[in-house]
Design a binder for this molecule. Sequence first.
Ligand code: A3P
Length: 322
Amino acid sequence: NTTNLNLALDRYKDMLTTCPKDKGWVNEDLYIYKGFWHFNFLWGVFSLEAMMTLQHTFQAQPTDIYLITLPKSGTTWIKALAYAIVNRERYKNNTLSSHPLLTYNPHKCVPFLETEFFGKTSVYTDGCLPRLLATHIPYSSLPQSILDSGCRIVYMCRNPKDVLVSLFHFSNKLRDKSRCRMAFDEAFEMFRKGVMPYGPYWDHVKAYYNFSLEHPNNILFLTYEDMKENTVNKVKLLAEFLGCAFTKEEEARGVVDEIVRLCSFENLSEVNKHGDFREGVPNDVFFREGKVGDWRSHLTDEMTKVLNQITTEKFHGLDISF
Ligand code: A3P
């Protein structure tokens, strides 16, 4: 309600002046809120304020689908796959010529809850049902109505060492010219301490993993690595979870393979070679290598040891392998 919302926003304004903050990866400052790092303002978006407002105002629908990730964990890919799966009937006669994913960045097809959706920025959603939305918001700050509505959530995580490498390159590409390039040592230190948007990495993943154990029918927990290794099977699993399993006839017609191809790194990176997603954010910044294990060419043995140790400790007892 409005009173709660105003109280929350007052608390938020106080917090911004007093709470721990750190320099972020691109041009932003990061603030701690409920144990997670958030940017307040970046690329014209008040993300932290949006998240707090959404907690009090957002009404999820039971038919909604939420794609939840940490940045650089395969968000763009899972957005494309879910969009192509859910909307396949609408484009079944023209997948290869005029599918939206052949024109628009997947981020235009599936808006982020805390940025495009909240800011009512124009996106290519075209009134699609079910509502397909994405978010990086940590479990503890997710609007309660999402958890209560019984809607479907897909969570995708990725090997932390590859997330670090991906975030390092992404951030350096987007930094203001006035700010010097970030060195990899610096990126490693920040990541290790948990300082990244929506991090610490381990706490974000663990909270959603635990939620998936409690609510296996509502949340599908995926890894980027599994998706890479076994794309066809995982795409079928995803469709089944989203309530629109592929029929035998569709499989025989090659629809699954077509969706895999449409959403492949090779295809999407080609489509998104030019243009901007938002001001200062070119479409191609979301596509770099698209591989598993690029960390091997960036991390020293010592860095690898440190991150492996943190992961072993934090994920103790969890069945997550990369
Ligand atoms: P790399 O930087 O390791 O190449 P996000 O979408 O969460 O921002 O994550 C970006 C990472 O996913 C980048 O990883 C990017 O190359 C990779 N990626 C983007 N589209 C992909 C696709 N269709 N298939 C596989 N990986 C993809």
